[in-house]
Design a protein around this ligand. Structure first.
Ligand code: NAI
Length: 399
């Protein structure tokens, strides 16, 4: 089959198997170039197929030499239809990890369900015995509560008043004003917290502890985002921000659970980057394009794999076993957004934000860079792939 990108409303509907394979190879090459470091030997990655979760897995596997089990929810490829980007990433990772002598398995199932937790625990027992690190990197619009069977849907809305801000169409490159209506009920906040808050993270840690598959001093890390003032009404102070506040507050509960085994939980505030999840947040694509330009000019821009390589290699395991001696902010959070929220970067982005319009967006913002990232994560836009060539949709299925 010949596969070309099909993009609608900032969503890419398909993925290229070979392009995804090469993207995983590139991420592995970056980590390998920085050399091996002493760290966890067995990892569980929940949300392992794309974005920050995939990058975490690569950083741990090819940086610390960790065997790993991943959990993700992706559409499988068939002979007639391509799978999702995450499906190809996982297949590629498994193949390349095994080639490098690392144990690697992935479970393609709903991570919010108790059945999946049980399945993962069985595989940990069989393949790894215990795990030293659990990365929690899910981004999902829906979650079914395993206790009640009720399905909750998250919303991305401001709280209190309508939010209007500049936005830009990634296809036409037109800058316009987007308005997002505020929530109409407390239920919308509660539902978003149910989906993207810390409840499920806690359930995972409880289940892993109860099954005895967490190693002494096990560490767990979840990801959050703060972002610039311009997105605060729709992100930090909006429904998703409430969910992230709940996730961050869960560290206290998880630390108590982990205390008997000497373990520790962390939230890392990551940098804003183009991923499947972030591409659909209104206003964010324009902010990212301005941010990329300013950070590239300053030489501080990082992509997902660079962020995760620095997080695990330097910040978490640089000086110890990931449980102590970690530099955090006053609220105990690891700040991987340190360079994004550098005042000099934010002042310049804010200046450009005020000036930007359809005519000057190409000069002020890194449209090319953000577009390229968007294509790359779906396996497209690569010079080393011939997109006119027939490709087996099952590639690179591990035999
Ligand atoms: P992503 O969309 O690239 O990855 C989400 C992962 O979750 C995928 O592996 C997907 O298969 C998995 N997933 C979703 N629903 C699932 C389910 N029901 N069962 C099993 N797996 C499921 O998203 P991204 O951007 O990497 O986000 C990961 C975390 O990082 C999120 O918590 C997000 O809020 C956070 N973050 C993202 C930032 C960004 O700019 N992209 C910035 C800071 C934090």
């Amino acid at each position: 089959m010949v596969i070309k990108p099909m993009i609608r409303n900032n969503i890419c509907m398909n993925a290229h198997p070979l392009g995804c394979f090469k993207d995983v190879e590139d991420q592995i090459a970056l980590v390998s170039k920085h050399g091996r470091w002493k760290g966890p030997k067995r990892a569980l990655i929940i949300g392992s197929s794309t974005g920050y979760g995939l990058a975490s897995r690569i950083a741990l596997a090819f940086g610390a030499g960790a065997d790993s089990i991943g959990v993700s929810y992706e559409k499988e490829a068939s002979e007639k239809k391509p799978g999702t980007m995450g499906w190809y990433n996982v297949e590629s990772f498994n193949q390349l990890a095994k080639k490098a002598g690392l144990k690697s398995e992935n479970i393609n199932a709903d991570a919010f369900s108790d059945e999946t937790r049980m399945q993962v625990i069985e595989r940990i027992k069989a393949l790894l015995g215990t795990v030293d690190v659990v990365v929690y990197s899910l981004a999902s619009p829906v979650r079914t509560d395993p206790a009640t069977g009720i399905q909750y849907r998250s919303v991305l809305k401001p709280i209190g008043q309508t939010y209007s801000a500049k936005t830009f169409n990634t296809s036409t490159h037109e800058v316009s004003i987007a308005s997002i209506d505020p929530i109409t009920s407390q239920e919308e906040i509660d539902n978003t917290v149910k989906v993207m808050g810390g409840e499920d993270w806690i359930l995972w840690i409880k289940a892993l502890l109860a099954a005895g598959v967490l190693a002494p001093n096990a560490v767990t890390v979840a990801y959050s985002y703060i972002g610039p003032e311009v997105t605060h009404p729709v992100y930090l102070n909006g429904t998703i921000g409430k969910a992230k506040a709940h996730l961050e507050a869960s560290v206290k509960d998880i630390d108590q659970l982990l205390a008997p085994i000497g373990g520790k939980s962390w939230v890392s505030e990551n940098k804003g980057l183009v991923t499947r999840a972030s591409a659909v947040i209104p206003v964010v694509p324009l902010y990212f394009a301005l941010l990329y330009k300013v950070m590239k000019e300053k030489g501080t821009h990082e992509n997902c794999i660079q962020q995760m390589d620095r997080l695990y290699r330097v910040k978490l395991y640089g000086k110890g076993n990931g449980t102590s001696g970690i530099v955090t902010d006053s609220e105990g959070r690891i700040r991987m957004d340190d360079w994004e929220l550098d005042p000099a970067v934010q002042v310049e982005v804010a200046k450009r934000w005020d000036l930007v319009n359809t005519e000057n967006v190409a000069q002020l913002a890194d449209i090319e860079g953000t577009n390229q990232d968007f294509l790359t994560i779906h396996g497209f836009g690569r010079a080393d792939v011939d997109y006119d060539e027939e490709i087996n949709t099952l590639f690179p299925k591990v035999k």
